[in-house]
Design a protein around this ligand. Sequence first.
Ligand code: ATP
Ligand code: MG
Length: 347
Amino acid sequence: MSVQVDLERAPDSETDLILLDGQVPATTIWPIAGGKGGTGKSTLTANLGVGLALLGYKVILVDGDLGGADLHLFFNQISPPRSLGSFLTSETRSLREVLLPTPTENLKLICGGNELVGAANLSYLAKERLIRHIRALDADYVLVDLGAGSSYNTLDFFALSNYGVVVCTPEPQARVDAYGFIKNTVYRKLRRRFSKSEQIKEVINQFSKQAGRRTGRICALVEMIGEANPQAGREAETLLSSFHPRLLLNRVRRRRHVDEVNRFLDLVWEYLSVKMDFVGYVRNDEAVLEACEKRRPVLLESPKASASRDLYNILMKGLRVPDRLHRFNSEEAGKLSQVAKNEARFW
Ligand SMILES: Nc1ncnc2c1ncn2[C@@H]1O[C@H](COP(=O)(O)OP(=O)(O)OP(=O)(O)O)[C@@H](O)[C@H]1O
Ligand SMILES: [Mg+2]
């Protein structure tokens, strides 16, 4: 039985939950990145993963922060017995073999391990192998926690989906880094798409050297690519129009922090020709830190905390994930707190 892999399926369609002729439903991959360090990428990966599992989905979390792996700490795994390390050194042949269970049956974890400090720049072949195995994992959702910055690893893992999540905090520095991250992803995607055309590669290189100037709008680059080769121009347009990263605002303290998001989205559209989708915010909440200290996801440690309530809204409203077990709809997202409370007894 082959696993049908679709980089993104409409999460609000219920038909994809029905198994037809033994077909395995498509896997949705959400890479979670952010540009700036410490914006809450790992915290949100862990908690969104728990939330998806509570909504009835089979979830695998992958710690893709090579060199700074800490996702396991949300699951009380201090020294994970298996990790990506053995897969990358080919000791373990399949990524499935390094899966670790959690107390929630449909939530599994692939730890980054501490031996990966030197692996921040994977070889092309190692990266291709890892990406192939991630895509073939048997899950409804695979969430990949990525490191800060714009290393090629991070950009290539982010490109696993056109709908990756960018975690940003309200500080201007975080917005600048998030903007830089999306820009780097766009260039990386264009360069990879046209890697076999010396002519287009040269157009992109020339343009990127001047990109700091006022003329540096990506639509101007697409035009230049089209002038050099009309077919390539159309491909570049399609590449940009199908890229819809999500923006998630974390550690919000004031209403105006949320209001400022629109200006950021406009800027990304104007300069990078990328339509981002704002999926919601999580308030700055002491309960997140307390859960962190106890090495547990806040969703289970404090199901009624404001951060947990925000996460329910992001999942059911922002990301439009329906409750697979048909217990409640998105208007009643708060009811997820009861499910979380029941589940917490096993943790
Ligand atoms: N909504 C929140 N309210 C309060 N504290 C938060 C919130 N989100 C995250 N934090 C805290 O911020 C810190 C950084 O979070 P986290 O490690 O998830 O960030 P990160 O983006 O993964 O960092 P890195 O770039 O180092 O991987 C942690 O101490 C976490 O508990
Ligand atoms: Mg992290």
